[in-house]
Design a protein around this ligand. Structure first.
Ligand SMILES: [Zn+2]
Length: 157
C-alpha cells in the first residue's frame, strides 16, 4: 500500500485510478484503471508492488495490441492449445531457444511474420501437422534440426 502523507512534499495522498504513463520499447502508453496513490499537493505517484506488475503487464498488452501483435497471454494460449512446451513450440515455429518464453513474458516482441504464423495455427490447428510432417522441406541448420527430427521428437501432432 501507499503512505497517507507524501514523502516528497508532506501533502495528502489520495486513491486514484487516473491513467498512468508507462514506457514500452521507447513509446509511452497511458494505462487506465490501475489503482494507486497520488499526492494532492505535488502529484507524486505511489504504487504497490502488485499494481506495478499490473501496470507493466497491461502496458505491454496495450502496446502489442496497438502494433497489431498477439498479446503474451494469447501466445501462451495458442501454444497450450497444442499441448506443447515452450521449447517444442520454438521448434515448431523455427525460432531460437528462449524466444517463446520472452514473447510470453512480453520482454521481446514477436516479428510480424511469427505473429501471422501463430494466428494461422490458431485458425487452422491442423497446419501444425504440416509443419512437423516433413511436407515442408526446411534446410537444417546448427540450431534448427531437420524437419524429420522434429516429426520424431513430437510424434502424433
Ligand atoms: Zn507530494
Amino acid at each position: 500500500m501507499y503512505p497517507k502523507r507524501c514523502a516528497a512534499c508532506g501533502g495528502r495522498v489520495a486513491t486514484s485510478t487516473v491513467a498512468l504513463p508507462f514506457c514500452v520499447r521507447g513509446e509511452t502508453v497511458e494505462v487506465p484503471d490501475i489503482e494507486h496513490g497520488a499526492c494532492t499537493g505535488c502529484g507524486e505517484v505511489y504504487l504497490s508492488l502488485d499494481a506495478t506488475e499490473r501496470l507493466q503487464t497491461e502496458a505491454i498488452r496495450m502496446s502489442k495490441a496497438a502494433r497489431g501483435l498477439l498479446a503474451p497471454a494469447e501466445i501462451r494460449d495458442i501454444r497450450r492449445s497444442f499441448s506443447m512446451s515452450q521449447a517444442a513450440f520454438e521448434d515448431l515455429l523455427g525460432v531460437g531457444p528462449k524466444t517463446v518464453i520472452r514473447w510470453e513474458k512480453g520482454t521481446v516482441f514477436q516479428s510480424a511474420t511469427a505473429d501471422r504464423l501463430m494466428r494461422l495455427l490458431r485458425m487452422q490447428p491442423g497446419l501444425s501437422r504440416a509443419l512437423l510432417s516433413g511436407e515442408l522441406c526446411v534446410p537444417a541448420t546448427a540450431d534448427r534440426p531437420p524437419i524429420a527430427v522434429l516429426a520424431k521428437r513430437y510424434p502424433g501432432r
